[in-house]
Design a protein around this ligand. Structure first.
Ligand SMILES: Cc1cc2nc3c(=O)[nH]c(=O)nc-3n(C[C@H](O)[C@H](O)[C@H](O)COP(=O)(O)OP(=O)(O)OC[C@H]3O[C@@H](n4cnc5c(N)ncnc54)[C@H](O)[C@@H]3O)c2cc1C
Length: 559
């Protein structure tokens, strides 16, 4: 267990290190040269130096035994520094995941201790040229090597594509097809027949090394089959998705905030039409405030999911990981893109860094499962909940938020409830009219579900903040009043989106005829959703005041 004090200290050393060793000019230079700073990555992973990976390794293997919440905090901080370096450092963590979930006690001891004590770098080799989103299509094979009727080892042959740390890792977890199905193996660098390509020339995260791997009859002993039983690979990969997707969600969050934290101070200095841009509502309410609301809604979902994983909630929380990743990475991309706009021509140049952040954060909607795969994962799972409860799942959720509203009338829980009622109606209509036979409708439902659930999550977090009950490790950039305003802004967006877009897709797919449209609008609660938009601009004004340090002044004036 890591205490909140230790976590704070670790985050501070990380920040101090980055300030010294990775200032903007160094980052820009490495980005220009497309170079992974291997010495810095090794420094970060060395047990006698920064030792970031110690946070993730259980205490019994020489680590600090950090939980999911700690991992989220570190990932966010790493992403604020540089997403390429974050990817390089966290690839070790990802690479060791098949070991953490699936390895035998001896294998765990060997590899996790080596990561903790020697700081070895890992890579995670799942993707192949023909097997990306569909890992089941993998072609890499692991053929048994037999001696006296016993399996003594395997010969691995095939190719892996886009592997982070592919050219620099000391050890690789590799997914390959055994006679009994996909299985994870550990292959060390230098193994005979194992080679990697030159690093890819990428759009972003140019400080990370990404390379293709080739295996030509690479022999590994039977002890390198993780877990010692063939055919467990896809289950093992699935088992950690809740967790690993939270890491990438935190990357989206950190990078999105890193961009906004450049745009916000810039806009206080940049004078146009006689006043700083920060004082122009058309600027702040388009380019800054909505992005803050979306990022904080995603943060709330990440924090809740991390807490549930740490509390040992049953199941892999795969869908929750998918919602967190989807929302945080989409929000991070939108925030970075808006930050370029917020800096105008300067934003478009290398010097001001936001264009680099925007290129870097782009990967987060692609790796560890694309946004479209997230939409599918979310939709399929919640569709089952809808069916099992005979259409009541989101109506029941809505009731919980109505109760929350009765206790905390200002955290937007009533509006989140409107989003959930509307969602239940959209899903029910999709069921009756069999609209999920259209893949596009299924995936759009995934988006609406993610928005509605994040609205609920943020209202819960705002209420907890008001009760002073948030996790002591939680982010406290906003106080209870600020979070409540953010929650109301986001809930309005979510309810509007679910109501209006839900209607659009249902009508677009022929789910309601002309004569039924008015009745369908009423069942979605559209008039209430429209009424709930009242107060939106003044909440956005308040959030802008908080972001620009004007909120206290406003209260003074009011007094
Ligand atoms: C910089 C970088 C680092 C990476 N690091 C690693 C790593 O360390 N280890 C590793 O194993 N992999 C890694 N990857 C691979 C990454 O996880 C895959 O690129 C990703 O899963 C998508 O696979 P793909 O590229 O084959 O795209 P595809 O699966 O071909 O997808 C292409 C597009 O089609 C969409 N699509 C796919 N299937 C469907 C469907 N059924 N229905 C609708 N739309 C669909 C996708 O959403 C996407 O928009 C990395 C990739 C990059 C670029």
């Amino acid at each position: 267990m890591i205490t909140s004090k230790t976590l704070k200290l670790s985050l501070k050393s990380l920040k101090d290190f980055a300030k010294k060793r990775l200032p903007d000019e160094v980052l820009r230079d490495l980005d220009d040269k497309d170079e992974c700073p291997l010495e810095i990555v090794r420094h970060m992973c060395s047990p006698d130096k920064l030792g970031i990976q110690l946070l993730f390794i259980p205490e019994e293997f020489g680590g600090m035994g950090g939980g999911t919440f700690d991992v989220y905090c570190v990932c966010e901080e790493m992403a604020r520094i540089d997403l390429g370096v974050a990817t390089a450092v966290l690839a070790t963590f990802l690479g060791s995941d098949p070991i953490t979930v699936g390895a035998t006690p001896e294998q765990k001891k060997l590899w996790l201790t080596r990561i903790a004590e020697e700081g070895i770098l890992f890579a995670y080799g799942a993707t192949e040229p023909e097997a990306g989103s569909d890992l089941g299509a993998l072609r890499t094979t692991a053929d048994r090597v037999m001696e006296n009727g016993q399996v003594v080892g395997y010969k691995i042959s095939g190719n892996k594509q886009w592997i982070s740390n592919g050219g620099i890792a000391d050890a690789y977890t590799v997914l390959a097809n055994t006679p009994s199905g996909p299985s994870w193996f550990v292959v060390e660098k230098g193994a005979k027949g194992f080679t990697h390509d030159e690093p890819e020339d990428k759009h972003g995260i140019r400080l990370s090394n990404t390379a293709a791997l080739a295996f030509d009859n690479v022999y590994v002993g039977a002890d390198r089959l993780l877990g010692g039983v063939e055919g467990q690979g896809l289950n093992q990969a699935q088992a950690v998705f809740g967790y690993t997707r939270l890491m990438v969600a935190a990357f989206g969050l950190g990078a999105g905030w890193a961009a906004l934290d450049r745009a916000i101070p810039y806009s206080t200095k940049r004078i146009q039409a006689g006043a700083p841009l920060s004082e122009k509502q058309g600027y702040t309410h388009k380019l800054i405030v909505p992005h803050v609301a979306r990022l904080e809604a995603a943060r709330s979902y990440i924090e809740e999911t991390a807490e549930r994983i740490d509390a040992g909630v049953e199941g892999s929380l795969n869908t929750e990981g998918a919602i967190a990743k989807y929302m945080a990475t989409e929000a991070g991309n939108a925030a970075a893109e808006a930050s370029i706009q917020a800096l105008g021509g300067y934003g478009y140049t290398h010097e001001y860094m936001v264009e680099k952040i925007s290129r870097d954060v782009r990967i987060t909607t692609i790796y560890e499962g694309t946004s479209e795969i997230m939409e599918m994962t979310i939709s399929r799972d919640r569709w089952q909940s809808h069916l099992k409860t005979r259409g009541q799942h989101y109506h029941e959720q809505a009731k919980k938020f109505e109760d929350l509203h009765a206790r905390h009338s200002n955290v937007g829980a009533d509006i989140a409830a409107l989003a959930m009622h509307a969602l239940a109606e959209v899903m029910e209509r999709a069921r009756v009219a069999r609209l999920t036979r259209y893949q596009h409708i299924l995936l759009r439902l995934g988006e609406l579900i993610a928005y509605a659930e994040c609205a609920g999550s943020l209202s819960r977090r705002a209420a907890l903040m008001a009760e002073n009950k948030v996790n002591e490790k939680a982010n406290r950039r906003f106080d209870a009043t600020g979070l409540a305003a953010l929650s109301r802004v986001f809930a309005r967006e979510a309810a509007f989106k679910v109501g209006e877009e839900g209607m659009r897709w249902v009508i677009g797919a022929g789910g309601v005829g002309d004569a039924e449209i008015a009745g369908f609008e009423t069942s979605l609660g559209l008039p209430a959703i429209h009424r709930a938009q009242s107060g939106l601009i003044s909440d956005m004004d308040y959030i802008a005041d908080v972001l620009y340090g004007r909120a206290a002044k406003r209260l003074e004036v009011a007094a």
